[in-house]
Design a binder for this molecule. Structure first.
Ligand SMILES: Cc1cc2nc3c(=O)[nH]c(=O)nc-3n(C[C@H](O)[C@H](O)[C@H](O)COP(=O)(O)O)c2cc1C
Ligand SMILES: Nc1ncnc2c1ncn2[C@@H]1O[C@H](COP(=O)(O)OP(=O)(O)OP(=O)(O)O)[C@@H](O)[C@H]1O
Length: 154
């Protein structure tokens, strides 16, 4: 039997922490399906910079990912009922409550484990393992309205 795993998140500007999470999740089964949060449903932090479809396409291109899916607009359990995973893997720092998800799955008669991935520690000094911190760096280094294309005469 094929063991299906679900991971999920916003994935706005990919970084090595995302790669670590998705590899961790993929190691728990045979197929990794990733649900990419819709912009309208990212309410607990700043909205993503990149469009929904572009974030889905980039995650879909990663070697550990079988298929990336844009999430449902209203009901996060709709994709889960369609994919029928054996395991849902939460990210190490995600605010979701594992017990709450287990109860909601049981109420829908979906037999599925809920577990949490490990964190990636920086592999070298200055490795940026957060989309928010990458954006802060861009704003600090390029946000002053200076020359965006140094070296170009255009
Ligand atoms: C089990 C599960 C299923 C989810 N399904 C959806 C979905 O169908 N549509 C959606 O927009 N977001 C979905 N989400 C994502 C949440 O809406 C939330 O925005 C996301 O977890 C953000 O994670 P991040 O802070 O790690 O980027 C799901 C989250 C979980 C835990
Ligand atoms: N350093 C990391 N180690 C392991 N997992 C990570 C790391 N960074 C992000 N992830 C996981 O990747 C998934 C998607 O993360 P998300 O899109 O929220 O990125 P982020 O970089 O944490 O964003 P932000 O900096 O805006 O909070 C989440 O499950 C999160 O736990």
């Amino acid at each position: 039997m094929t063991r299906r795993v679900i991971a999920q998140g916003t994935f706005d500007i990919l970084h090595p922490g995302h790669v670590h999470y998705l590899r961790d999740a993929a190691a728990l089964g045979d197929e990794l399906h990733v649900i990419v949060a819709r912009r309208e449903n990212v309410t607990h932090k700043r909205k993503p910079v990149l469009p929904d479809r572009q974030r889905r396409d980039m995650v879909d291109a990663l070697a550990s990912v079988t298929e990336a899916h844009l999430g449902h607009r209203e009901d996060i359990f709709v994709p889960i009922e369609r994919i029928r995973p054996d395991v849902i893997v939460l990210g190490h720092d995600q605010h979701h409550d594992a017990d709450g998800i287990r109860e909601a799955l049981a109420a829908r008669d979906i037999d599925c484990e809920v577990t949490r991935a490990s964190a990636r520690e920086p592999a070298h000094e200055d490795e940026l393992l957060s989309t928010g911190r990458i954006i802060d760096r861009i704003l600090a280094e390029r946000g002053g309205g200076g020359d965006r294309n140094p070296g170009s005469d255009a």
